[in-house]
Write a new protein. Structure first.
Lengths: 410, 249, 311
């Protein structure tokens, strides 16, 4: 009996991690199905999202879709993006909408999981028959969604997925942010030329396409500029203990530590590095951009440098005006995800206005022709690969805030 | 319903337990179809019958392990049916279940301590523990051994001793001879006789009709969930019908 | 050498948290023979309660010793109450049903808690449900270096020592509770056969509820020490730790208290060395491989015993 029981236990233990990665995919058990509906529906019932006409697509509205990480590990990204889009559409509708119609957005939560993002995209396309899709933030999730949109000829604009491969999926996939090679090379250049670092270590998230993309480019560029990468350590998304890797990094005494991860992991990494007595300057990308970084990382993230899409302390009136309107509505300073969400929605609306017909292929063509679009996170002209050509900014963490230090043009 | 045969005269005693028209079902199967019996103060009453006749079900219903479908159970004039087992212990009921139900991982001592779970009189418990050891000297030798290491007979002794630790007014015993060598069985029944001589009332379920009837003041014969015969132990032992059906003659 | 030593400390520190969670896991299993998959999520709820209390007390008060103890006390009581409710309304009705039913219910509760806590719900200024994003857990134990070797080559923090002490202390206390007290005897009796336990006058429902409440309170305590270590709290934290703690409990021999602690420390060290000397992707593979290796050699776990089932 005891033997049989322990085997049963062993089996159930083994079965769990397997099902763990797709827990939210309905495996048929009632419990997980409940969890799924709960988590997916919750954001939809937020009063702000539900308009009385939301249940039917009236003839005088244009329905677009949004897939975002409203729960899960990158929830802060998803919520910021959601707010940016909401603000943009509210302004568009207040100004009379597009071709006399109101623009409505149907939002699905993907719980920060690629497989959920893919099924949400499918739902938007087949059930809700949306005209276009906005999303996702994380490159892994966008990469899961893009083939669905491409196949159905529904234009998709990712506000902030920086991995190169996202728009390479097909000619219906666009974005409003710069891409990883650019971001990685900006930071490598800044580290070598401005910060004068020669020995840099990297701590990368092997489960994330975004992190991997930045790592590859940074590594190559930094070496080209004459610097040395002294160590590369890896972690996986969802880890909360990085002490083993940091203990190893402490041994090689790097001047700088490049962590192209997301804010939640970065905050823990910074805290644990400090706890272990690892003294180095941390550097990262736009994945760090969330007010949560300062709440979670506290003093440990002070002095770090990141590359980003926009700076909230950019004095340009367009930016400051956006910040004023955003803060009035959401009570917070918009981060770059909010800015990019705002830009993505506006870029889509602008293309809808230019398009002579509201169909997927026509709208695609209109988006592809985007030129000198004045976004809050930079002026966008799309190149032949449907990627914007725009500058990046380097920010420094100073006093629990990102401070603008430099603009690096392409 | 079969006609109830009654043999011998029952000595009059103050009533302790009365069961009226008790019905118990396992799903669609009726285990007890209306059993009535009674037990007086200081009496040993035996339930005999073949496997599946309903002896154990009767005992379990009395001790609250089974919820009766119908009928009443009265202990000292108080209705006790459909009360949980643990509440009945406080009212003076102790049940040594079929298969003994000792805790193999716990020591003999700990098993006995659990018998006195509801009691708080330390001195009294210590006294009763000594009493059990006098009654069952084997248990004293094994006091600190895990009960799982005891022989079958010793485990049965432990089950009885443990039941007595709650100072019950009525002891329910289910198949104390099951799986034991004849000699060990003899010893256990001798001890039961002593326990009864000390004033303990006993409701006994036993397949070994000979032993049971020899010990019992009064006995009921169950067949397929019904009482078909009752009488004094001696009278039933003398009945040709019983001798044929249950004593293998 | 310093690097090796630091890895050992990291591993023990991680193992300590697994141990604290595994103790509750293994105790509940010991009595109910139920793998309470919701244990880690109850822990998470406890951390949120602790978070709320520390927040209400304010930074100044929460870092004092009475303040910190109050955080623990309230979180543990709240989880005891939660444990009571879960047992009363989810597990008790299923006690006589096949064990798989309760197991699946446990998984259901686990999901309900971890995803329920990702909902965002505030009534005016009062946050009722916390939302999905991680939050920084207040420093209820002011971090101090307890021991520093070399030029900050190896650092041991006060909270690491406190957590380790609490884990070993709790293990001892629980061991005493289970083996030396009347309640512990009743727990063991119920564990073996709750029907027979009832026949002896043991209030089975109350013993089971009590065990559950104790296990849940332990989870809350463990969770707060975990939050002190990782300085953050988020709704999914219980799932991962719960799973690891469960593995630790099985390695040590489920139902066995010292086994849970030893299994957890071994698991923590094993994971640390895997990540430190190979690659992080190997962490879970090796952890579960370790589990399988242990079970192949000792099917009942390191400290588990085969129970001869005599009839």
């Amino acid at each position: 009996m005891a033997t049989r029981l322990s085997w049963l236990l062993a089996l159930s233990v083994l079965a769990l991690p397997l099902s763990g990665c797709e827990k939210k995919k309905d495996t048929g058990s009632g419990a997980s199905a409940d969890a799924k509906t709960q988590a997916v529906k919750a954001p939809e019932v937020k009063p702000a999202d539900v308009k009385p006409t939301d249940t039917k697509t009236a003839a005088d509205t244009i329905l677009i879709g949004e897939v975002g990480s409203l729960t899960g590990s990158e929830a802060a990204f998803g919520i910021s993006t959601r707010n940016g889009i909401e603000l943009a559409l509210e302004e568009v509708n207040a100004a009379g909408g597009v071709k006399g119609k109101k623009v409505e957005v149907r939002v699905y939560d993907d719980m920060s999981k690629p497989e959920e993002a893919a099924s949400a995209a499918t739902r938007l396309i087949t059930q809700d028959k949306v005209l276009a899709i906005l999303g996702e933030v994380a490159s892994s999730n966008s990469l899961a969604m893009a083939p669905k949109a491409q196949e159905a000829k529904v234009p998709m604009i990712s506000p902030s997925s920086t991995n190169e491969k996202v728009t390479a999926v097909g000619d219906y996939i666009f974005r409003t942010c710069f891409i990883d090679p650019f971001q990685g090379s900006v930071m490598a250049k800044y580290a070598k030329e401005e910060l004068k670092f020669t020995k840099v270590a990297i701590l990368t998230d092997t489960k994330s396409a975004y992190s991997d993309g930045l790592t590859q480019v940074f590594k190559k560029r930094f070496a080209e500029l004459g610097g040395t990468i002294v160590a590369v350590e890896a972690y996986g998304k969802g880890d909360t203990d990085f002490r083993a890797q940091l203990t190893n990094l402490k041994k090689v005494k790097p001047e700088g530590l490049y962590v192209p991860g997301y804010y939640q992991d970065v905050a823990l990494i910074a805290e644990q590095a400090k706890e272990l007595g690892l003294k180095t300057t941390m550097m990262g990308g736009d994945g760090w951009d969330s007010a949560k970084l300062f709440e979670l990382g506290g003093a440990a993230v002070e002095g770090a440098y990141v590359s980003n899409h926009y700076a909230a302390d950019d004095p340009s009136p367009k930016v400051q005006d956006f910040i004023k309107r955003y803060s009035a509505k959401f009570g917070a300073v918009p981060d770059s995800l909010a800015a990019l969400g705002y830009d993505a929605a506006n870029m889509l609306v602008e293309a809808m206005k230019r398009s002579d017909e509201l169909s997927g292929p026509k709208l695609r063509d209109a988006i592809a022709q985007t030129k000198d679009f004045q976004g809050v996170a930079g002026t966008i002209t799309l190149d032949e690969n449907r990627n914007p050509v725009k500058p990046a900014v380097v920010l420094k963490v100073d006093g629990g805030k990102f401070k603008y230090v430099a603009t690096v043009a392409p | 319903m079969a006609e109830l045969v009654r043999l011998g005269e029952r000595a009059s005693r103050p009533a302790l337990l009365a069961v009226q028209d008790l019905k118990v079902s396992y799903g669609a199967i009726a285990a007890l179809k209306g059993v009535s019996l009674s037990l007086g103060q200081g009496e040993v009453v035996a339930l005999i019958g073949a496997n599946g006749a309903g002896k154990t079900s009767t005992l379990r219903a009395v001790s609250g392990m089974l919820k009766p479908k119908a009928g009443t159970i009265t202990l000292k004039g108080e209705r006790i049916d459909s009360q949980p087992s643990h509440a009945l212990v406080a009212k003076g009921l102790a049940h040594a279940p079929e298969g003994r139900g000792i805790f193999p991982n716990l020591t003999v001592q700990e098993n006995l301590d659990l018998g006195a779970y509801l009691r708080n009189d330390k001195a009294g418990i210590a006294q009763d523990l000594e009493k059990s050891f006098t009654l069952f000297p084997r248990l004293k030798e094994r006091q600190h051994m895990p009960a799982g290491t005891l022989s079958g007979g010793e485990q049965q002794m432990l089950a009885i001793a443990r039941a007595l630790m709650s100072r019950p007014s009525l002891l329910l015993l289910d198949e104390p001879s099951l799986g034991l060598a004849p000699q060990v069985t003899q010893t256990i029944f001798r001890i039961l006789r002593d326990v009864n001589a000390g004033g303990m009332s006993i409701l006994l379920v036993e397949q070994n009709a000979h032993l049971a009837l020899d010990l019992a003041h009064w006995a009921y014969v169950l067949e397929t969930g019904e009482v078909v015969m009752e009488g004094t132990g001696q009278a039933l032992l003398g009945s040709p019908e019983i001798r044929k059906a249950y004593l293998g003659e | 050498m310093y690097k090796f030593l630091q890895h050992v400390i990291n591993g023990l520190s991680a193992g300590t948290i697994y141990a604290l969670v595994a103790l509750g896991y293994t105790m509940v299993y010991g009595v109910l023979k139920l793998i309470n998959f919701a244990h880690g999520d109850v822990m998470m709820v406890g951390v949120y309660v602790g978070y709320a209390v520390a927040f209400l007390l304010g930074r100044e008060t929460a870092t004092t010793v009475p303040g910190a103890l109050l955080v623990f006390a309230v979180a543990m009581s709240a989880c005891a109450a939660l444990g009571f409710l879960i047992e009363r309304f989810a597990y008790r009705p299923l006690r006589e049903k096949p064990r798989l039913t309760s197991l699946i219910t446990a998984i259901g509760i686990s999901f309900a808690l971890s995803y329920g806590f990702q909902l965002d719900w505030a009534v005016q200024d009062w946050t009722i449900l916390p939302g999905a994003a991680a939050r920084r857990f207040p420093q209820i134990i002011e971090p101090k270096e307890w021991l520093v070797l070399g030029d900050s080559d190896v650092i041991i923090w006060n909270w690491q020592v406190i957590s380790f002490g609490v884990a070993v202390g709790l293990m001892t206390l629980l061991q005493l509770l289970v083996f030396k007290t009347k309640f512990g005897k009743a727990m063991r009796a119920v564990s073996h056969d709750h029907r027979v336990a009832g026949l002896l006058g043991i209030p089975v429902d109350r013993v089971i509820a009590g065990t559950f409440m104790l296990g849940s309170a332990l989870a809350a305590g463990a969770g707060i020490l975990y939050a002190v270590k990782d300085k953050s709290v988020q709704p999914l934290m219980g799932m991962f730790v719960g799973l690891k703690a469960f593995v630790a409990a099985v390695i040590g021999g489920i139902g066995n208290l010292p086994g849970a602690v030893v299994g957890a420390l071994l698991l923590g060290l094993c994971e640390e060395f895997v990540v430190g000397y190979t690659a992080s992707s190997w962490r879970d593979a090796v952890a579960f491989g370790f589990l399988i290796a242990v079970l192949l050699v000792r099917p009942a776990g390191l400290f588990g015993k085969f129970q001869p089932e005599k009839v």
